[in-house]
Design a binder for this molecule. Structure first.
Ligand code: PMP
Length: 407
């Protein structure tokens, strides 16, 4: 028996979305906390918590190793989850899905296993200014190791055409900025990158939460995201890569189950995807995330996104009534980033926290973008379909109180 079924096997009613029913799935919302920090990590629904509890309380076993029943079940669940991830992002095969610890580890894996053996001194890696540090630092590190250069790019499509050259090997861009909510035109970017025989690396950590992605149709070479931002467990990431690229990459971590045979003379590496997954995987995380992938199938994501956008528009219209406010985020985005002139963003966070309101402030792991925006930090509220108007109203009224205290 597989713990959790394949998405295609579920006999599901038509998809639906009602904000009240969706919200009711999140036990953390009973704490009377207003949670507006979902771009840092999303709250978890019962479906994931129950599946994780069941793994630890009833079905604990290793995967891909032992032959007792519980272990075979867990192994089947992991294979099933891998297929469900492939379906979610429209990968051609589940062999193109690697489990990692998170988006950050996924990019480090590509930088060290794909880029490091390939890059020559003077080669170029084009990285957009929108990037989270996790899609910049791995490139800076590998550039230091190889003599390649990291080229700064505004994320504008026309500018990309000018920056591309025979030296360009890699272009790295986010699907959606975690600071501004901006979504670059991946289709146009992919065309330009491939016309120049470079590869396209996309950070899906924020984008996959709000948008569908088809890595095959978009001809994306590598795509990474983290389970925890998509309602799932912490410590679990996904790296999609085209089979041909994974096949040419050197292995990264060595250890159990990434090899077919070994002796003191060397080793023969395992087939894909296991050769990049040395050691016992995050079994509980994958079991929990598989439950999320099935749970997501119940909800009409278009309706959920529409609702979230309306809520964001409402929040922005209320914020717009404040004087001395400066916005950095896109209109209609579930991410709203701003500053109140002459007030430090962290002072606002502390006062709101005293009222049980969770927001994120600071550099949002995107220092180059913050510099470009001309600030050293900002206030970010990030909305999800489990938020409601009361959350926004409480936030606005406590923000007004905080401003009165701080001016
Ligand atoms: N990219 C973006 C856009 C993110 O928002 C984050 C997480 N805040 C990351 C990458 C890194 O994800 P993780 O810390 O889970 O590796």
């Amino acid at each position: 028996m597989v713990i959790g079924m394949g998405l295609q096997d579920l006999n599901l009613p038509n998809k639906y979305f009602t904000p009240e029913q969706f919200r009711a799935d999140f036990p953390a919302l009973n704490r009377h906390c207003v949670y507006l920090d979902s771009a840092a990590t999303a709250l978890k629904p019962h479906a994931m918590i129950d599946a994780t509890l069941a793994y630890y309380s009833e079905n604990t076993a290793t995967a891909q190793r032992s032959l007792h029943n519980a272990a075979l079940q867990v192994t089947a669940t992991i294979d099933n989850a891998r297929q469900n991830v492939a379906n979610l992002i429209h990968a051609q095969s589940s062999d193109e899905i690697i489990w990692t610890r998170g988006t950050t580890e996924s990019f480090n894996l590509i930088a060290q296993s794909y880029a490091r053996p390939l890059l020559q001194s003077g080669d170029e890696i084009i990285v957009s200014e929108l990037e989270h540090h996790s899609n910049l630092l791995p490139w800076l590190i590998v550039a230091g190791q190889t003599g390649a250069k990291v080229i700064q790019w505004s994320s504008d499509v026309n500018e990309l055409s000018l920056l591309m050259s025979a030296k360009t090997r890699i272009v790295a861009i986010t699907q959606m900025s975690n600071v501004t909510g901006f979504c670059p035109n991946l289709e146009a970017i992919s065309d330009i990158v491939h016309q120049h025989n470079a590869i396209l690396v996309v950070d899906g950590a924020q984008g996959i939460v709000h948008h569908n992605v088809d890595v095959t149709a978009l001809n994306i070479d590598f795509y990474a995201f983290s389970a925890h931002k998509l309602y799932g467990p912490t410590g679990l990431g996904i790296l999609y890569g085209k089979r041909a690229l994974f096949e040419q990459m050197s292995v990264w971590h060595g250890g159990g189950k990434m090899l077919k045979r070994t002796s003191f003379d060397g080793f023969i590496q395992e087939d894909l995807p296991y050769r990049f997954e040395a050691g016992t995987p995050n079994i509980a995380g994958i079991v929990g995330f598989n439950a999320i992938l099935q749970w997501l199938e119940r909800w009409d994501s278009n309706q959920a996104e529409h609702y979230t956008k309306q809520l964001a528009d409402y929040a922005k219209s209320q914020l717009n009534k404040l004087t001395d406010i400066q916005f950095y985020s896109e209109d209609h985005s579930p991410i709203i980033t701003f500053n109140i002139n002459h007030i430090h963003h962290n002072d606002i966070a502390i006062l709101l926290s005293e009222q049980n309101i969770a927001i994120r402030t600071g550099e949002l792991c995107a220092q180059p973008l913050m510099n470009k925006l001309g600030c050293h930090g900002a206030i970010r509220l990030s909305l999800m379909p489990y938020n409601n108007q009361q959350d926004v109203d409480k936030f606005i009224s406590e923000l007004q109180n905080a401003i009165e205290i701080l001016v």
